[in-house]
Design a protein around this ligand. Structure first.
Ligand SMILES: *[C@@H]1O[C@H](CO)[C@@H](O)[C@H](O)[C@H]1NC(C)=O
Ligand SMILES: *[C@@H]1O[C@H](CO)[C@@H](O)[C@H](O)[C@H]1NC(C)=O
Length: 419
C-alpha cells in the first residue's frame, strides 16, 4: 500500500459535554455537510472503523440537533512529517496504515487521530516513505564490517509528483579520505591520493544529479538530489575491510514535491535558507577536504536582500590548496589568490573586504576565485550581489604533497544584507 498523502478515519461520533474544536490540520469533512454525511453513513455502516472518540464540535452539535444524528464522521488528515516521542522523524498515518506499511507507531499526531509512524531502512531496503531514516544496522550502536568489505545499498523510489530528495545527515561518520601522501608517492609535491575516499565511500546514483564520492565526518550536512528522469535514487555505501573503524550513520530522507517551495534550484547540491548561517565543506569536521569536488552550496535570497557576505567561521577556517604558503604569517591585508590554484572557491563578482590595495572602487570585482589568502585578515569577508547566492567549491584529484596537508576545507558564515 502506498500513501496518497491523505489518511481517512471512519469514526463513531459520541456526544460528550465538552465543546472542543478540531485544530486546523484536521478536517472533519462530513460533520458539517449532511448530504455528504448521509451518503457516507449509508455506504460505510458495515465496514470496520477505527476505535476513536471524536470530540464533537460546537458546529456539528448544532447541526445534529437541528437535523439528523450523524452516527459516523469521516476525519481526514494529511500524511505530514511528525516528531516521535523520542524526537525522531516520522510520518503521520492511522494506526492501521502504519502497521500495514511496516512502520512503528511512536507517538501521536493530527491531534491524536493519527500515530507518528517511524520508517527505518537499513542495508538492502527499498524506500517509499517520506521521512524514512537510513541507519546502520543496530543504530545507534556503531557498526564494523565483519570479515572484509561491506556494501550497504538502499534504493529510494520516486513517488508521484516528487522531483527531489533532501538527505539530512543526522549522524554520519565513516572512514575518512586518505590523509597524507604516502612515502612511495613522494612527499614533495608528487601527485597522490590524499583527499580521495579510498576505504569508505558514499555514492549516489540518479540521472538528475552528479554527486561527488563522499566520506569522513558529515554530521549535520545535507544534500539535495534530483530524480531527473530516474525513478530510483540509489545510495551505495562501501565500507572497506581495511579499517576497523566503528562507523555510524543515520540519514533522514525527505521527498520534495516538484511544486514545493522547499525544492532546491537545479545545480545546488546544498541549499540553505535564512538571512544568516554557516556552511562547511564535506568532512570539515574530519579535518580534511575531499578530492574531486565541483559543487555549489546555494542560499535562498530572502525578502529585501541585495548582498551576501561570506566570512570565515574562525581564524584559519578556510584552508585548501596551497597549504602553509597560502597563510600569511602576519595577515596585514587580504591578497589575491594565484590563478594556478587547483583548489578554490568561486564567489561570482565577489569583492574582498577590507579592500585589496588594487581595488579602489568597492563595487568592482577583480576576481571570482577565492582561497586561504582571501580570508586571513580579522573581519575579512567577500561580498557579492550576484544571483543566485552561492559558493562553488572546486578541488582536484589530489593534494600536492606536504604543503597541502593543511587542506581542511572551509567553514564560512554567510550574512545577507539589504544594502
Ligand atoms: C455537501 O456534500 C455534497 C455531496 O458530497 C456536495 O455535493 C455539496 O457540494 C456539499 N456542500 C457543501 C456546502 O460543502
Ligand atoms: C516530505 O516531508 C517534507 C518535510 O516535512 C515536506 O516538505 C514534503 O512536502 C514532504 N513530501 C511529500 C511528498 O509530501
Amino acid at each position: 500500500m502506498r500513501s496518497n498523502g491523505i489518511s481517512s478515519l471512519l469514526c463513531l461520533s459520541i456526544v460528550i459535554s465538552a465543546i472542543v474544536s478540531l485544530p486546523g490540520n484536521v478536517s472533519s469533512a462530513a460533520s458539517y455537510n449532511h448530504t455528504h454525511q448521509l451518503l457516507y453513513n449509508r455506504n460505510l455502516q458495515h465496514k470496520r472503523h477505527d476505535d476513536f472518540i471524536i470530540p464533537e464540535s460546537h458546529e456539528s452539535r448544532n447541526l445534529r440537533k437541528s437535523k439528523l444524528f450523524p452516527l459516523f464522521t469521516i476525519i481526514r488528515f494529511t500524511n505530514e512529517i511528525c516528531r516521535t516521542t523520542s524526537e525522531e522523524t516520522g510520518i503521520c498515518y492511522t494506526r492501521n496504515q502504519c502497521t500495514s506499511l511496516g512502520g512503528l507507531a511512536q507517538g501521536n499526531c493530527a491531534s491524536g487521530l493519527g500515530v507518528c509512524c517511524r520508517f527505518i531502512a537499513t542495508c538492502g531496503a527499498i524506500v517509499y516513505q517520506n521521512g524514512t531514516s537510513f541507519q546502520n544496522p543496530n543504530y545507534p550502536s556503531k557498526y564494523v564490517p565483519m570479515g572484509g568489505s561491506d556494501v550497504c545499498q538502499i534504493r529510494i523510489r520516486k513517488q508521484q509528483n516528487v522531483c527531489q530528495l533532501r538527505l539530512n545527515f543526522i549522524a554520519f561518520d565513516i572512514e575518512g579520505p586518505a590523509a597524507t601522501p604516502t612515502a612511495a608517492q613522494g612527499a614533495a609535491n608528487a601527485m597522490n591520493d590524499a583527499g580521495v575516499c579510498k576505504i569508505d565511500s558514499l555514492a549516489l546514483t540518479s540521472s538528475g544529479a552528479t554527486v561527488p564520492s563522499l566520506c569522513g565526518s558529515m554530521n549535520g550536512q545535507h544534500l539535495y538530489v534530483d530524480f531527473g528522469s530516474s525513478d530510483t535514487i540509489t545510495l551505495n555505501l562501501l565500507l572497506g575491510g581495511a579499517s576497523q573503524k566503528e562507523r555510524t550513520w543515520n540519514i533522514e530522507i525527505l521527498t520534495i514535491p516538484c511544486n514545493s517551495i522547499a525544492r532546491a534550484p537545479t545545480g545546488c547540491l546544498q541549499y540553505f535558507t535564512g538571512v544568516s548561517g554557516v556552511v562547511e565543506s564535506f568532512n570539515f569536521q574530519g579535518g580534511m577536504h575531499l578530492a574531486n569536488l565541483d559543487y555549489s552550496a546555494c542560499v535562498r535570497m530572502e525578502d529585501g536582500m541585495r548582498f551576501i557576505d561570506w566570512s570565515p567561521c574562525s581564524p584559519n577556517s578556510v584552508r585548501f590548496g596551497g597549504g602553509a604558503a597560502m597563510i600569511p604569517t602576519t595577515p596585514a591585508a587580504n591578497a589575491a589568490c594565484p590563478n594556478t590554484l587547483t583548489d578554490y572557491l568561486i564567489i561570482m563578482q565577489g569583492v574582498s573586504f577590507p579592500l585589496l590595495a588594487a581595488q579602489t572602487n568597492p563595487t568592482t570585482s577583480t576576481t571570482d576565485r577565492y582561497c586561504d589568502l582571501s580570508f586571513q585578515q580579522t573581519n575579512s569577508y567577500v561580498r557579492t550581489s550576484a544571483r543566485p547566492f552561492l559558493i562553488h567549491f572546486r578541488t582536484d584529484s589530489a593534494e600536492g604533497g606536504t604543503a597541502d596537508v593543511t587542506s581542511v576545507g572551509y567553514c564560512l558564515r554567510w550574512q545577507q544584507n539589504p544594502q
